[in-house]
Design a protein around this ligand. Structure first.
Ligand SMILES: NC(=O)C1=CN([C@@H]2O[C@H](COP(=O)(O)OP(=O)(O)OC[C@H]3O[C@@H](n4cnc5c(N)ncnc54)[C@H](OP(=O)(O)O)[C@@H]3O)[C@@H](O)[C@H]2O)C=CC1
Ligand SMILES: O=C1O[C@H](COP(=O)(O)O)[C@@H](O)[C@H](O)[C@H]1O
Length: 507
């Protein structure tokens, strides 16, 4: 974790799914950014594998043309970097493709002197994870005795990065973990969650553990509740058939993965050190402490939404059910909200409210910690107007941390109004936050698992949300769609908060 530092670890990066959106939009630009700031190893090369038919040069052109703005105005820099990027047309899910894959990887590792260090990146649809992992295991690329990750340059390593979705329910996640464990040691498995690469998520650790200001109040004695929101203005944007499949929906796509990860960092105990294992140990405890709801509790603690037609920032958006690949009577949740309890000494009865939705009024990802009122209200005449103190961590956009508290209005008398103290990331550092994929890829290459999910985190996260998913599956909702595109989601989610005497942070 932390600022990228030069690494002396050689590495051949093998991307499966190299013609896809993620590779073109995120992975190659992130590698280029790392190369530009000198944080890639000297001996480094990329080989992309997919079925589409390209030669090396045509593939480089494909990458550049997809996203020219990611590669500077200085075309010579891209030309220099891209010489390290190669392409192999092969169907990695098929055994017959593997002799050629092995031959090519061996050739490139000799050419670039990367030795036996290989980073496999599965940028594929989830149905291809298992066959490709098995083929990697059967190849000569991961051999017995080398299935570990090592920080010493002399000892070769092979690691695997696996993209989301990590399973679609507890059973499939356990199965995928088993298949991975047959080939790789846990210390060589990098389950990526791009939210953990976001600067303000990482800054949460610093906020909590490098300051004496926050930690003393970070508990059930002072915290009333915590809200974690990830609202998006986009709809499903061409991913309708995936999103509307049994593996899709906001609860699986966002809450089970990203939002629970964020929650674990908000809720964890201080680790004994910054070592990856120590941090992950504390996160795992939080995942184990998530209270698993019963079916009868679901209507009280969870809300499902689906958007109908509307407008986002003045632009018309069709109803979810009118998107390509979506069933006309779809029950899929494009919005999900859930109240969770973390059964630990620190958090007692403090509720954590999570919500995420597509086609909403605004794009924002934030954590808001609401503090309890003072034990005694001295300003009785204004008691009704006093607002809860809030610690707001804005993950994106407008990255920063804002404290909201009560202040005196200037002039005679004692008028009180809430004021904001603002740490604005861009103003403070005079730079935009780096892209999370650069941080995460760099960590994979240097062997730091801090920002990657352990198998236990994934399995417990599924356990916590599965009762809600099952309840929704067994109880179709006849009021869908129940929110218009461009709004803050279904009224049921406000009602869930109002039942607890609370409201969502919407400004
Ligand atoms: N795109 C994004 O922003 C994000 C994506 N992800 C995850 O990353 C992974 C990749 O996503 P994305 O790039 O969007 O997906 P795409 O559909 O754009 O790309 C998938 C890749 O898989 C290859 N592929 C398709 N069918 C087969 C097949 N039968 N056998 C072998 N290869 C096949 C395709 O190449 P070809 O047809 O040439 O073989 C292509 O390179 C997914 O798990 C996704 O959930 C996660 C976060 C964000
Ligand atoms: O993983 C995913 O994340 C994106 C949202 O990511 P963000 O960085 O823009 O907040 C979401 O659109 C997508 O559905 C989901 O799979």
């Amino acid at each position: 974790m932390g600022m990228p530092t030069p690494t002396n670890q050689n590495c051949l990066l093998v991307i499966f799914g190299a013609s896809g959106d993620l590779t073109k939009r995120k992975l190659i630009p992130a590698l280029y950014a790392l190369w530009r700031n000198g944080t890639l190893p000297e001996s480094f090369a990329v080989v992309g594998i997919a079925r589409s038919d390209y030669g090396d040069e045509a593939y480089r052109e494909l990458l550049y043309d997809f996203n020219p703005s990611a590669y500077d105005e200085d075309a010579s820099k891209w030309a220099e970097f891209s010489q390290r990027v190669h392409y192999l047309s092969a169907d990695s899910t098929k055994a017959e493709a593997w002799p050629e894959i092995e031959r090519r990887l061996c050739g490139l590792s000799q050419q670039y002197k990367t030795g036996d260090n290989v980073l496999f990146y599965l940028s594929l649809a989830p149905q291809f994870f298992e066959p490709v992992i098995r083929h990697i295991g059967q190849s000569g690329l991961v051999t017995e005795g080398r299935r570990y990750c090592s920080l010493t340059p002399e000892r070769p390593w092979q690691r695997i990065v696996i993209e989301k979705p990590f399973g679609s329910d507890p059973g499939s996640a356990v199965k995928l973990n088993q298949v991975l464990a047959e080939v790789f040691d846990e210390s060589a498995i990098y389950r990526i969650d791009h939210y953990l690469g976001k600067e303000l998520v990482q800054n949460m650790m610093v906020l909590r553990f490098a300051n004496s200001l926050f930690e003393p109040i970070w508990n059930q004695r002072y915290v009333d509740h915590v809200q974690i929101t990830a609202s998006e203005t986009v709809g499903v944007e061409g991913r309708g058939s995936y999103y509307d499949s049994p593996a899709g929906g906001a609860m699986r796509d966002m809450v089970q993965s990203h939002l629970l990860q964020v929650l674990s960092i908000v809720a964890m105990e201080p680790p004994v050190s910054l070592a990856a294992d120590d941090i992950r140990t504390e996160k795992i405890k939080i995942f184990k402490a998530l209270r698993v709801p019963t079916a009868s509790e679901v209507p009280e603690i969870a809300v499902r939404g689906q958007y109908g037609a509307g407008a986002v920032s003045g632009v018309s958006v069709p109803a979810y059910r009118d998107e390509d690949g979506v069933a006309a009577d779809s029950q899929t949740d494009t919005f999900a909200a859930m109240k969770l309890k973390v059964d630990t000494w620190r958090w007692g009865s403090v509720p954590f409210y999570l919500r995420s939705g597509k086609a909403m009024a605004e794009k924002k990802t934030e954590i808001v910690v609401y503090l309890k009122p003072t034990p005694h209200v001295l300003f009785r005449e204004q008691a009704q107007k006093l607002k809860a103190n809030q610690i707001l961590i804005s993950i994106q956009p407008d990255e920063g941390i804002r404290l909201r508290f009560e202040g005196k209005v200037p002039g005679p008398g004692m008028q009180i109004k809430d004021v904001v103290m603002d740490f604005d990331y861009v103003k403070q550092w005079e730079a935009s936050p780096p892209d999370g994929y650069a941080t995460l890829l760099h960590d994979c290459i240097r062997g730091d698992q801090t920002l990657f999910k352990h198998r236990d985190e994934i399995e417990c996260a599924w356990d916590a949300v599965q009762p809600v998913i099952d309840y929704w599956h067994n109880n179709p909702q006849d009021d869908l769609p129940n929110y218009n595109a461009g709004t803050w989601g279904p009224s049921a989610s406000d009602i869930m908060m109002a039942r607890d005497g609370r409201y969502w942070h919407n400004f």
